[in-house]
Design a protein around this ligand. Structure first.
Ligand code: DON
Length: 342
């Protein structure tokens, strides 16, 4: 054999050895990483234990009297991992009202029925820099700032078609579908308490009726109060987070509502307005589309991957669960989930 051919064969052999060693190295590395990065109940329990004391720094919402009855000590943490597997720790059976988290479901139903263009004709995509019940924008531009603040959410549910409480029933049924939990219902006492004391929301409703944005009657406002009163667990919230993270495909793979555009819309609204006036800082610190409710729940979508659901009733000054926020922060750091710093 010629010397040059031998040389060529030898260098080819050496190159192949490098490739094999390199791929072996990569394989070992990825095995180590995947073991380290596995979601387990133990990981969740550790995070819950380390953060439950933060609940003492918050205050249970009582501006709706019935909400003030929630236990300050109950705490739960759930995750639906990338494969749709559910992990839950803490007070897993504890039910609480969705409150503002219902706004993402109502937005989905309204967009499904009317199309995104029609829904956003009279409402902005803006981020929130004001509390959830602020409605200054209605006065200045004549339109709600976004569908995550109360004014925009009241307008959103009014766009879902149907007499009486049909719009609410559609939102409830969508929550039941996403969570695969037909036992979910609304809490009548919380609903009545919201209806009785929600004068500010009633004010927004009538301002929008006055300007022609809302055509219907007060049953449409009742639908908003009812959707806020839907009771869920942290696990239900994790399933909702997973659904929007994964193009509206359910945790068990059911793709009935698969829609990449809708999930992109909902997650972008969660990111810029889901945590109210804290949304910008939250995006900086946690970097995940999230939606909170004054009932103490937060649902989080890890785009293309997981869903997280937390519950702890005591809230910070913005209306976000204090211990819930801390659990999400620790979990996202532990698994490098921040979309701006993976
Ligand atoms: O409109 C209200 O006052 C409540 N039913 C919902 C507000 C809410 O959850 C705001 N969240 N953080």
């Amino acid at each position: 054999m010629k010397k040059s051919v031998l040389k060529l064969l030898l260098s080819f052999f050496i190159f192949n050895c490098y490739l094999t060693i390199d791929s072996l190295h990569a394989q070992t590395k990825s095995t180590t990483l995947s073991t380290e990065n596995k979601v387990t109940e133990k990981v969740l329990q550790d995070i819950l234990d380390q953060n439950k004391q933060f609940a003492t720094q918050g205050k249970v919402a009582d501006y709706i009297p019935e909400l003030g009855k929630m236990s300050a000590d109950a705490i739960a943490f759930s995750v639906v991992d990338t494969n749709g597997k559910v992990f839950s720790v803490g007070d897993t059976n504890k039910k609480f009202t969705m409150q503002s988290i219902s706004k993402i479901i109502a937005l989905m139903v309204a967009v499904q029925e009317n199309g995104e263009e029609a829904v956003f004709k009279n409402m902005g995509y803006f981020g929130s820099d004001k509390p959830f019940n602020h409605f200054g924008n209605l006065e200045i531009t004549g339109k709600p700032l976004n569908p995550m603040m109360n004014a925009g959410a009241i307008l959103t549910v009014s766009m879902i078609q149907g007499e009486d409480d049909i719009a609410f029933q559609k939102v409830l049924n969508m929550v039941r579908f996403i969570t695969k939990n037909n036992n979910i219902n609304y809490n009548e006492a919380v609903y009545l308490s919201e209806k009785e004391t929600g004068h500010r929301n009633r004010g927004m409703f009538y301002i929008m009726k006055n300007s022609g944005l809302i055509m219907g009657e007060e049953n449409q406002l009742d639908n908003y109060f009812k959707q806020c009163s839907i009771e869920v667990t942290a696990e239900d919230l994790a399933k909702i987070g997973y659904f929007f993270a994964n193009e509206c495909v359910r945790f068990d793979g059911d793709a009935t509502y698969k829609n990449a555009d809708v999930s992109k819309l909902i997650q972008s609204q969660m990111l810029v307005a889901g945590m109210y006036e804290f949304s910008g800082e939250y995006a900086r610190r946690i970097g995940l589309p999230s939606k909170s409710g004054v009932g103490g729940g937060i649902t989080v979508s890890v785009p293309g991957k997981m869903g997280i659901g937390v519950f702890s009733a005591p809230l910070d000054g913005h209306g976000n669960s204090v211990a819930g926020y801390q659990m999400i922060l620790d979990f996202s750091k532990r698994f490098h989930l921040n979309i701006f710093q993976p």
